[in-house]
Design a protein around this ligand. Structure first.
Ligand code: FE
Length: 338
């Protein structure tokens, strides 16, 4: 009799729900590599009593791990940078569909799917050496292929997701042929073979080794906010351009995440994702890591973001970038953009 009662309760999900409501920990797989995120996680634990076990890794390695762990995966939430990666994770079926009024109300529609949500955005900007380059020459990504810029262009590897997503956006706006022609032109214009991260490109522009480079906005903002004299010298030497203001807008990428299908702590996962959309966490993304909050109304206090000002961003749905990322990689390979 008792056994029957328990099994009918189980069938109704009552016992499970009670067990989940008492989640005291959360397993977070994250590919975000920013120290300032730690303060945000600590605040979540303070507010909820839920301990976060953080497993950090490279984006693809974490995704592979989640796939391999399958139904036994301890992962509750996966957070990563780059919209194409989020969409790819979604295609692999690792995320659980979520029903959250908080998330659908707070995160704009073009920055989410049914399973993953953007929590912050960053723009891919053009940086130029103020003494050496006329900014009128590089108002658009397309201009990086202009013959006038021969021997002047620096970027990180073409295989990096930041550049692949930019290529993916260009394919959708300009077509594959034009993008391939562009990629060949960029390679022709290289000051040096791609190496290092975005900050290395900005420093190389300041040093005059390169005339122009592409970099994510938060790396620029980090230098602007830095109190180190070296960084301030870099900031003084470079100018920032919001590309493509007269055409399809500046390319924007995201950081985001979702709850995993096999999450052992689903209630905690939901609480955590909703926390990431809260005013407090959103302000952390902006004030701590110089990104823009996905929740537009959130008030931020970051002098560097203020000084960068307003711009027109590409309004392509970020979830669609993944449709042309593989094609972008093939184009870059053919163009020799390694
Ligand atoms: Fe980055």
């Amino acid at each position: 009799m008792i056994r029957q009662t328990i099994s009918s309760l189980l069938a109704a999900g009552v016992l499970c729900a009670t067990a989940h409501a008492a989640d005291t920990e959360l397993n977070l797989y994250t590919a975000r590599h920013y120290q300032t995120d730690e303060a945000m996680y600590a605040n979540f634990t303070k507010a909820t009593g839920i301990k976060i076990n953080r497993i950090e890794g490279k984006e693809d390695a974490l995704l592979e791990r989640i796939k391999n762990e399958g139904a036994n995966s301890p992962a509750d939430v996966f957070i990563t940078v780059d919209a194409s990666r989020l969409a790819k994770a979604d295609e692999l079926g690792i995320f659980a569909p979520l029903e959250s009024k908080v998330l659908t109300e707070r995160i704009p529609e073009h920055l989410r799917s049914d399973t993953w949500y953007t929590f912050s955005t960053r723009a891919r900007v053009i940086v130029y050496n103020k003494a050496d380059v006329d900014p009128a020459l590089v108002q658009n990504y397309e201009d990086l292929a202009r013959p006038e810029l021969k021997g002047q262009v620096c970027t990180r590897s073409g295989s990096h997701p930041y550049n692949l997503s930019l290529g993916a956006a260009m394919i959708q706006h300009n077509g594959a042929d034009a993008t391939e022609k562009w990629a060949r032109g960029v390679v022709e214009n290289f000051a040096r073979a791609p190496r290092g991260g975005d900050t290395d490109q900005i420093r190389a522009v300041a040093a005059g080794e390169c005339g122009v480079a592409i970099a994510n906005s938060y790396y620029v903002a980090r230098l602007i906010n830095s109190t180190k004299p070296d960084d301030q010298e870099v900031v003084k030497a470079v100018g920032i351009i919001w590309p493509n203001q007269q055409s399809w807008g500046t390319h924007v990428n995201v950081s985001g995440g979702g709850m995993l299908k096999h999450a052992p702590h689903k209630q905690a996962a939901l609480k955590f994702l909703e926390y990431l959309a809260s005013d407090e966490a959103q302000a952390y993304f902006a004030n701590g890591n110089n990104e823009w909050p996905a929740v537009a109304a959130v008030e931020i206090s970051n002098p560097a973001l203020d000084s960068l000002g307003e711009f027109r961003s590409d309004d392509l749905n970020v979830g669609l970038l993944s449709k042309t990322t593989a094609q972008a990689q093939k184009i870059y390979d053919r163009a020799g953009y390694r």
